[in-house]
Design a protein around this ligand. Structure first.
Ligand code: ADP
Ligand code: MG
Length: 479
């Protein structure tokens, strides 16, 4: 074990899925032509006034309730002043001293089976997003796209409770799962709807005082966050062990070169000169407003996970996998209902279905096999129309054609042979054809039994009912 303890706190920027911007009511949709959605209010042109979008407040409260936080009865928007081309107003409207969501916790899954950890949240506040600088398509110049300016964000800040790159990635996953469950974020990381800054420091094991941290900006994938932190931890430890000192600074992770680079140091840190925005009233959230949101809360991932264990008899690991998204959990439950057997439903969704989706890089929504049809296949396993082995063939055919299990089983003649007289005939023929092996079996060579099973399965193209075959074969051999 290393002499150093890693300490990480995350700041997540979650784009709220409102249809309009936070202070202008102007449309917001990803991928529009540059600057066609830039609104005069979000650019702060003279004479305009911001008006708060209540849907954003609703979503922030929903998040706060989901993590057991305190919802501030009164929160205040402040101006955070800095100059950068993607922020033509010269300030970003955010919340500073009085955020809307205070405290709360998030449960994360650790590597060990069923092991969990509770991470404390500091706060979550509402703010507007800035525009985007475009550096690629302009020779020697930067382009600017202000479509994103004014898009509502919820910034969620954790306490420095995370102790490894893997824990940070697990936290990011759990938070991503939660905001998508709540329907407050589309979770699209390629489009920047969910991105994280990681604050990373190390301290000698056992020390109380936190080390100097660096901040890694804009990590937008679970893999990158893990790799970026791993790199940064190594860098800090090597630096300190060779007599150097970590300087507090912002660094950027370059996934192509797998390194972090300094972006700006503390000396260049801005003085944001925060002050309450005089154009916006404080946000007052009433008990009725909170109660109404509480009444519409969906089942949260943690509750669903526990229910899957209690109600369906799943292992902690299975429940974790099957509740990774609301969509997958719903799919699984639909299969369990249609197929009747919950254990088989879990096995087939986690095995064949997720395997096939992964192999083809498909999202669940694009699965050619619907939950009702997968349930239909499971029914044919439980009523012994087909064996588990043949069922895999049927699944592959369903995946290719999108068809129903029953049709495929009939068309391909895959029905299990359970007619005992038909099986008896096969068994008698095989035993008669192999007198030597039969004698060996009678002499106690149990292994030869497998040979006969193989022969019978070959003859029946795998369609013999395994339990029945076993019994008939044993009886025939011992005759
Ligand atoms: P800032 O105002 O620069 O954003 P904060 O004090 O709000 O700084 O902290 C931002 C994030 O950094 C939080 O998630 C917090 O938990 C984390 N953090 C603070 N100090 C440290 C440290 N020494 N090591 C690791 N993370 C830290
Ligand atoms: Mg910060």
């Amino acid at each position: 074990m290393s002499n150093w303890e890693v300490v990480i706190g995350l700041e997540a920027h979650v784009q709220l899925q409102t249809r309009s911007k936070i202070f202008s009511g102007s449309a917001t949709a990803y991928g529009a032509e540059p600057n066609t959605q830039a609104s005069a209010i979000d650019l702060g042109l003279p004479g305009v006034l911001p008006v708060l979008n209540s849907a954003a407040v609703h979503m922030a409260v929903k998040f706060g309730l989901a993590v057991g936080a305190r919802i501030a009865p009164r929160s205040v928007f402040a101006r955070k002043n800095y100059f950068y081309p993607d922020l033509p107003k010269g300030y970003q409207i955010s919340q500073y001293e009085l955020p809307i969501v205070v405290g709360g916790t998030l449960d994360i899954a650790l590597a060990g089976e069923g092991e969990r950890k509770t991470v404390r949240l500091t706060r979550a506040h509402l703010e507007e997003d800035a525009g985007k600088s475009l550096h690629e398509d302009f020779h020697g110049m930067s382009g600017i796209d202000l479509n994103r300016a004014g898009t509502p964000l919820l910034e969620i800040v954790s306490e420095p409770d995370l102790r490894s790159a893997a824990e940070a990635a697990a936290y990011m996953r759990a938070l991503h799962t939660l905001v998508v469950y709540l329907g407050i974020c589309d979770g699209n990381m390629q489009e920047g709807s969910f991105r994280c800054d990681a604050n990373v420091s190390v301290r000698p094991r056992g020390a109380e005082k936190l080390g100097t941290r660096t901040e890694l900006k804009n990590l937008n994938s679970f893999r990158f966050i893990e790799r970026a932190i791993e790199f940064e931890v190594e860098r800090q430890i090597e630096l300190i062990e060779s007599g150097g000192k970590v300087v507090q600074e912002t660094r950027l992770y370059d996934p192509d070169r797998h390194e972090t680079r300094s972006m700006r140091g503390k000396e260049e840190a801005y003085d944001y000169r925060y002050f309450p925005d005089p154009d916006l009233l404080p946000v007052e959230v009433s008990d009725e407003f909170i109660a109404a949101i509480r009444a519409q809360m969906p089942e949260l991932p943690q509750v669903k996970r526990q229910r899957f264990v209690a109600e369906y008899g799943l292992s902690a690991y299975e429940a974790e996998v099957l509740t990774a998204s609301r969509e997958l959990a719903d799919y699984f439950e639909a299969v369990a209902i249609a197929g009747g057997d919950r254990r088989l439903a879990a096995t087939w969704v986690m095995g064949e279905l997720l395997g096939a989706l992964n192999r083809e890089g498909l999202a669940l929504a694009a699965s050619p096999v619907t939950p009702e049809r997968l349930g239909g296949l499971i029914k044919r396993i439980t009523d012994e129309t087909i064996s588990g082995k043949i069922a895999k063939q049927v699944f592959d055919a369903m995946w290719q054609s999108g068809g129903e299990a029953d049709r495929i089983i009939d068309e391909r003649g895959l029905r299990q042979i359970t007619d005992s007289s038909a099986l008896e005939a096969v068994v008698a023929r095989i035993v008669a054809a192999h007198p030597e092996q039969a004698a060996q079996f009678r002499d106690g060579k149990e292994k030869v039994f497998g040979f006969f099973i193989g022969q019978a399965m070959r003859e029946t193209q795998g369609k013999a009912n395994p339990a029945q075959l076993n019994e008939l074969l044993r009886r025939e051999l011992l005759k």
